[in-house]
Design a protein around this ligand. Structure first.
Ligand code: 5RP
Length: 220
């Protein structure tokens, strides 16, 4: 089983966790794309979806699934999304696809966050994956200096703008041993729109694709 097979196994297992007839939050990335394909194939009876990116909006629309805004959906029972890393407390690094700000908005209005991922993402310690920090372009150098003072090295994601028109700094070297504290500290820097630590909005359950198939994992 390769990584794509594992992503697909996780995505298909997550289908069974979606309540029928409701709006669902749908994230962004290659693992979520397997979920959208599975939703389309199964003609699954959801009312519609709130998408965390324009790319996901396009894919959902092509699959015949209605896309609505958070204003239209109100609170969501379930949000399903991938992660770049997820630890044993189900805290995550997200934003590899650059959709982290909308992802955090959707997480904040969702009763349950179901993370779908292949087993390469499940780690004991966050931080090998460079942390995406979304910044107002005007404030990029100000934020980069503040990150440097915190021990981080910021690398601009060249040629990339988020759906909100912002830039991404991919940051290495920060101490992520206390994810909740670091998430809050980074968001205090003026010019930071949000960062890719999802500790305040950790997942409620992880659907992990492994060589044996998909398994459900809770926070340890
Ligand atoms: C996008 C994300 C994705 O969930 C994350 O990058 C995982 O992507 P993939 O499923 O392609 O591995 O946070 O901003």
């Amino acid at each position: 089983m390769n990584q794509d097979d594992k992503k697909q196994a996780a995505a298909e297992k997550a289908l069974s966790l979606i309540p029928k007839g409701t709006y669902v939050g749908i994230g962004t990335g290659s693992t979520v794309n397997f979920l959208i394909d599975a939703l389309a194939r199964s003609k699954f009876d959801i009312k519609g979806a709130v998408a965390t990116s324009q790319e996901t909006e396009r894919r959902l629309t092509a699959a015949g699934i209605a896309v609505v805004t958070p204003a239209e959906s109100g609170r969501l029972p379930v949000y399903i999304d991938g992660a770049d890393e997820i630890n044993h407390s189900l805290q995550m690094i997200k934003g590899g696809g650059g959709a982290l700000l909308r992802e955090k908005v959707v997480a904040s209005i969702s009763d349950s966050f179901i993370c779908i991922a292949d087993d390469s993402k499940y780690v004991s310690k966050l931080g090998k994956f460079p942390l995406p920090v979304e910044v107002l372009p005007f404030a990029r150098s100000v934020v980069a200096k503040a990150l440097f003072r915190m021990g981080g090295e910021a690398n601009l994601r060249v040629g990339f703008k988020t759906d909100g028109g912002h830039e991404i700094l991919d940051v290495t070297g920060l101490d992520l041993s206390r994810p909740l504290t670091m998430e809050d500290e980074l968001n205090k820097i003026v010019g930071v729109m949000d960062n890719g630590i999802f500790a305040r909005n950790a997942a409620n359950v992880l659907v992990l694709g492994t060589k044996y198939g998909a398994e459900l994992i809770s926070a340890k």
